[in-house]
Design a protein around this ligand. Sequence first.
Ligand code: GLU
Length: 512
Amino acid sequence: MENCRVRFAPSPTGALHIGGVRTALYNYLLAKKLGGTFILRIEDTDQTRYVPGAEDYIMEALAWLGITPDEGPSVGGDYGPYRQSERKSMYKEYALKLVENGHAYYAFDTPEELDARRNEEKAKGNHSFKYDHSVRDQMRNSLTISEDEVKSMLDAGTPYTIRLMVPTDERVAFNDNIRSDVQFSSNELDDKVMLKADGMPTYHLANVVDDYLMKITHVIRGEEWLPSTAHHVLLYKYLGWEESMPEFAHLPLILKPTGNGKLSKRDGAKLGIPVFPLSWNSDNPEDSFKGFRDFGFLPEAVLNFLAFLGWNPGTEEEFFRLEELVGAFDLNKVSKGGARFDFDKAKWFNQQYIINSSNADLLELVKPLAVAKGIEFSDAYLSQCIDLMKERVQFLPDFLEVGYYLFEKVRNYEEKPIRKKWKPEQKAIFEKLLADMVALENFDAASIENTIKAFMEEHGLGFGNVLPFLRIGMAGTMKGPGVFEMMELLGKNEVNERMTAAYTAFDGIKGA
Ligand code: GLU
């Protein structure tokens, strides 16, 4: 489909939730799959909800993940501007056109009047007052006020909104790529505001007008927009654009890790997991988050994880980089049911992508973290650390945190194996072994290994009597990387110092 045009249309009201990133990704994948165009449109008509920095955040998040728009505020394109606030003057004519052809009306009810009415209804036990077909003839609007009076009110500059006149007793039906036939009874739909008193369009009007003017062919967005689509379908009809109506696809909800309920931004803080791509810092600590990037995720892992939140290729294959996702993606394989946000799966993906990254690529990512921590080692050294540790970390900072002992002395020793196996008389034996190692001309892993093996044989010692102590002496833990390689990397002097310190510490632990 040459002319497939899709858009990601976030509102800059704060940090972009991970669900929004998934929406962007699926849009991108479909566009690329069909050889089409991926558009970023900033929906910033609601000035009261505008948050400075949110647009930059959105762009940075997309750039980090490599989901780059073909058209958008920063790249331009033939259908701009791509910020709705810069398109303000375009919308009113469509609202007026709706009024003209009898599908919308002027409403003069003030916010105070609407509040009063809402309260009245509440007092009667009706908590969901809707401005709809059942009440519109009781309100102050151009359906209840004479034409002349309406004209003079408009001439006098009386504030007004324009509301869509939803028909009564009609079925509003549309096809959804994920949910098939979707139907609404028009009686359930309220008379949505199209143009606000400040002259700005609402989301509904601006969204449909822009989708039309930008020649959007597929609207892919979160499930929460499904009810709005009924209004949008009416708008296409009343504006005479039925022929250009896009295809719709409403993506499943992202559920909490437990599977119960929708994943919320509060879940992130509560569970100590990221639910945003990047960190977001605001004056309000409750509105500040640590993102996937700052947890130390690779963008490839996040993409792979997100792609699988609601889609799978229908095969056993789990690893897909962006270009592979483009090949495999299919909107028809997106599930209807909610997708559980399984953070363990995200970690697992990250681990796999770290293992499969080159040392050089990892160096680029780990080096700035090291510098920030004041860890100053040569690239060659860091690169060897990366090689030793890459099968043992989940997040990028782990290279420096889990593997801290490659950069500084051991902070504390794992005590259990020492209590169980260390015997004070071993100290003398180990000192001999250390002397043999220090005497080595080539202090490389193979020579170290040979020396240790020869020594064990000579003294009738098994691996279990020697290696755990060497490991703990070098790294403080049994879980570190290969001990011979680690020793080679640390170098003779450091090994000597660490082992000497360790024997004394081991005696202390055993004696304690
Ligand atoms: N501005 C809407 C949002 O913030 C866009 C919804 C849509 O894609 O139509 O999600």
